[in-house]
Design a protein. Sequence first.
Length: 37
Amino acid sequence: MKNKMLAISEIIIASAIFLGIVYWEVKFLYTKTTVAK
């Protein structure tokens, strides 16, 4: 049971990091295109 909980928390952390990276990438590209216009 402990290993399963650890795996779930790792998945949540990995997902949060991934979403954070995607968010910053989109924000960076959005500001870049806005400045270009």
